[in-house]
Design a protein around this ligand. Structure first.
Ligand code: ZN
Length: 518
């Protein structure tokens, strides 16, 4: 086979698989939002059959032959050319997929499905002992998988590679350690401020009791306000939808079809509003990928960490900024009776209030990263054999005390709170905090480029309702590149600086120091 023929074959193969994948994504979206209850068994069968079709295509030996025909070909000599990037990523995925024996792939899928079902009933029942053997099986199989995949330093790296290509645990540890030190110091300063409100014992989220955001927010008004804001930020309802689901998510069906969901709570403003903006950030990334490369790696998102950098940037650095609220404050007061007597300062403080609490997904911007580090350290210890599953709840509670000074009274609010480990997602958590690190680094570079010499950076633009320049910058520096660069290289190219936790730590210090007068 000539290299040109091999490339054409692989491209067509990739596109066909991507179309199957996008049909699966649409089935998944429907299953979480619209499906009638009794349709679930057929949907499960439909999904299983399509998934196995996709898996067979991914391990098709014909792909291996075509990839071999491209080894050292002139077509792939320039490493940043579209062809070279696609071939590099097809090769990486093919090698990973074919290194896992079919027996292990099937056993993993079955064990994770059982563990997730067990978790769904174990969490509300607070039944750690019932869930423990499932987690032990999941971890044993993931360790076996890591051995099949291969690694240079340690098994964890083989799993991390799936979510954050090019990263190793040993690269991430010092970044998180530096960040943890700065955040713990910041928390100490905030605790000493007169604005500090200690969380109530057992508080599951920040900004509870007595905060204006814990008043009554009728769902229709929340729905209308969220839609207006995300459209203003650049989400187009001509190429996307906002619906409701029990667990919010975003998915991309095709180049002009981004779907996001949220969940409304009448008694808490933050969850649905910032959740919608968060998922909008994910969607803007998907919509900013090069449509002409859809279905091939150069037209795909590069990693979970970069994806999360986009969602967290819009959620926190934009929608929790003072500039944003000075522009939208009057609008919010019109939309919600509950905010009529809440001035701009109070609103800005309320949506940013820091209160160490038990549940990661409800955490404030400062403590969120500590929730992630705790999970990263524990899963790393499990994989390294330094911690047994039996000792996991104790280790969890001990770290919650050390980092956040709170301790869960139940496993449901502790070690059982996240679905990830039950679903086999080990190596996934660090991408959340990496997302925050990248978001701050990108945001600082955008401010330098778009608002040079302005003491308030991009806040001045936001206060005038100008968000388009930031979106254009992200499209140019991040979105349109797809998988051209590995995540860390992409951020270096976009910002001109090496990855560092300092950008996030500096941003948090400045923002929360001002909010708390600390
Ligand atoms: Zn996200």
């Amino acid at each position: 086979m000539k290299p040109e023929q091999a490339y054409a074959f692989l491209r067509e193969h990739s596109l066909e698989t991507a179309h199957l994948g996008s049909a699966l994504a649409l089935l998944y979206w429907d299953q979480r939002t619209m499906i009638p209850r009794e349709a679930h068994p057929h949907r499960a069968e439909q999904t299983a059959r399509l998934t196995s079709l996709v898996h067979r295509r991914r391990t098709d030996p014909a792909r291996g032959e075509a990839l071999a025909a491209l080894d050292g070909a002139a077509l792939v000599r320039d490493p940043l050319a579209v062809e070279a990037v696609n071939v590099r990523e097809w090769r990486r995925a093919f090698d990973r997929d074919t290194r896992i024996p079919e027996r292990l792939a099937v056993e993993l899928a079955r064990t994770c499905a059982e563990a997730e079902t067990a978790w769904e009933s174990a969490r509300p029942a607070n039944d750690w002992e019932g869930f423990r053997p499932h987690l032990e099986r999941v971890l044993a199989l993931r360790r076996e998988q890591a051995e099949c995949l291969g690694y240079e330093v340690e098994p964890y790296d083989a799993l991390l590679e799936e979510y954050e290509p090019g990263e190793r645990a040993a690269d991430i540890e010092p970044v998180f350690a530096a960040l943890r030190e700065r955040i713990v110091a910041l928390l100490d300063r905030l605790r000493g401020s007169s604005a500090w409100r200690a969380p109530l014992p057992g508080a599951t989220h920040a900004g509870s009791e007595g905060s204006p955001i814990a008043r009554r927010f009728p769902v229709p008004a929340q729905r209308a306000f969220s839609r207006r804001v995300i459209e203003y930020l650049g989400f187009s309802f001509a190429s996307g939808r906002l619906d409701e689901s029990a667990h919010p998510f975003s998915t991309s069906i095709g180049p002009r079809d981004a779907r996001i969901t949220t969940r409304y709570d009448e008694r808490h403003f933050n969850a649905a509003f910032f959740g919608s903006v968060h998922e909008t950030g994910h969607s803007l990334y998907e919509l900013g990928l090069a449509p002409e490369h859809w279905g091939t790696p150069v037209g795909e998102a590069v990693s979970l960490g970069i994806h999360e950098s986009q969602s967290r940037l819009w959620e926190n650095m934009v929608a929790r900024s003072r500039g944003f609220w000075s522009f939208f404050h009057a609008d919010a007061q019109l939309a919600f009776e509950a905010l009529r007597d809440v001035d701009l300062d109070e609103m800005h403080f309320a949506v940013n209030e820091v209160q160490p609490s038990l549940i990661r997904v409800e955490a404030d911007e400062v403590t969120y990263n500590l929730h992630i580090m705790l999970r990263f350290e524990l899963e790393l210890a499990l994989l390294r054999g330094d911690l047994t599953v039996a000792d996991l709840p104790g280790a969890w509670n001990e770290r919650m005390r050390a980092y956040l000074d709170v301790e869960p009274a139940t496993h449901a609010d502790g070690v059982l709170q996240d679905v990830h480990w039950s679903a086999g997602l080990v190596g996934y958590f660090p991408t959340y905090a990496l997302g925050n690190v990248y978001a701050a680094q990108l945001f600082a570079a955008a401010a330098r480029d778009l608002a040079p010499g302005e003491p308030d950076g991009l806040e001045g633009l936001f206060a005038r309702g100008e968000f388009q320049a930031l979106l254009d910058w992200l499209r140019d520096k991040v979105h349109r590149h797809g998988m051209r660069h590995l995540p860390r290289d992409l951020v270096r190219e976009a910002t001109g600086t090496e990855r560092s936790a300092d950008f996030l730590a500096d941003y948090l210090d400045a923002k929360f120091g001002a909010l708390y007068g600390a």
